[in-house]
Ligand binder design. Structure first.
Ligand code: NAP
Length: 329
């Protein structure tokens, strides 16, 4: 009667370190869901930069070892715990978190972090929703308090969070500027909602953004690489402008004076600090986007599970992003 395989393929990390600590197991036991949990047959799983920081042991939130990385899966419900009412076997779903890890053929997630995957979206797209879209929504609305009609610069718009931010900002009536580091990335940024795209590898691109924004400047900047760009961002902002620190991989010198005359703000964002109500608010807004069709995750490089070490190298080292990196199982 049991339809679930007893063993599965999964990635297991037994010590923090370089990408080669991501080991493929082929005979891990399939986990069982608790009372308010759901067992999902994983079809795809998002690969996020944060997975690499956690694996390296360099992140504030450290899982106990051994563990399986991955929070953003999509797939089909295989089994539900006895107190789960919102899901049943066979439902297409995606998650914003998992309990047993998403880099695996099966994962268990708490029912409150599982969402129905609308039929318009493929499993691959389902694996590209959680961290990218919830972060972009949080940065733009819950942190920057952005408003329709404002100019938003998505500084690093060609990756997972950036493409999500372009689609959200365009749908909500912002004037959208995005940057990318390759011709292909620039095209994708334009196709996904940006009114104008700029190449952050060109020497004079900041002047070009300044010119496009005009005398008023940019109201909101969603910054993916603050350690490189924060000083320039402060110069691009309008009066009352806000720069939201989404990504940062080191330190940078800024002149705090650059915030004074324009009374501008530098705001940090951490998706995992969202309250339950904030998750709910973001989910409702993003669901609207899935149903009405503007939320369309763009899939970039795809990897099989056994290439996990390569995927972790690529997401940090490779330039020229073209959307969301995922595992396909
Ligand atoms: P990703 O898919 O790897 O994309 C990285 C982006 O950064 C690409 O668009 C890339 O453009 C761009 N980039 C490269 N050099 C740049 C430069 N000099 N200036 C501006 N952008 C540049 O990563 P992601 O998933 O979108 O995440 C982006 C960052 O946000 C990561 O650092 C991640 O850790 C962080 N993040 C933070 C939170 C949070 O809660 N704070 C949540 C999610 C993600 P090209 O490749 O085209 O050059």
């Amino acid at each position: 009667m049991a339809s679930v395989a007893r063993f599965m393929r999964t990635i297991r990390v037994s010590e923090f370190g370089k990408s080669d600590v991501l080991k493929l197991l082929t005979d891990a036991p399939v986990p069982s869901p608790g009372e308010k949990q759901v067992l999902i047959r994983v079809h795809a799983c998002g690969i996020n930069p944060v997975d690499t920081y956690i694996r390296a042991g360099a992140y504030a939130r450290k899982p106990s070892l051994p563990y399986t990385p991955g929070s953003d899966v999509s797939g089909v419900v295989e089994e539900v715990g006895q107190n789960v009412t919102a899901f049943k076997k066979g439902d297409r779903v995606f998650t914003t978190s998992t309990i047993t890890g998403g880099y695996a053929e099966y994962t268990v997630a708490s029912e409150e972090t599982v969402y129905q995957l609308p039929k318009q979206l493929s499993f691959k797209q389902g694996a590209a929703i959680s961290v990218p879209y919830f972060t972009a929504f949080r940065a733009l609305f819950q942190k920057a308090h952005g408003k329709a009609g404002e100019v938003v610069l998505i500084h690093g718009a060609s990756g997972g969070v950036g493409i999500a931010a372009c689609q959200i900002a365009r749908a909500y009536g912002f004037k959208v500027f995005g940057t990318a580091g390759s011709p292909e990335g620039l095209n994708l940024v334009l196709q996904n909602g940006a009114h104008q795209a700029f190449n952050h590898r060109e020497k004079d691109y900041i002047e070009k953004i300044q010119e496009a924004a005009g005398a008023e400047g940019v109201n909101v900047i969603l910054e993916m690489l603050s350690n490189v760009n924060l000083s320039n961002d402060l110069k691009l902002l309008s009066y009352g402008g806000r720069v939201v620190i989404v990504g940062c991989r080191g330190s940078i010198e800024i002149n705090p004076r650059d915030t004074m005359a324009k009374e501008s703000s530098i705001i940090g964002v951490s998706l995992f600090s969202s309250t339950k109500d904030e998750w709910k608010e973001a989910a409702a807004a993003l669901y609207g986007g899935m149903e009405s069709g503007w939320l369309k995750p763009l899939i970039g490089p795809e990897y099989p599970l056994e290439k996990a070490p390569q995927a972790h190298e690529d997401i940090i080292q490779t330039s020229g992003a073209t959307g969301k990196m995922i595992f396909v199982l």
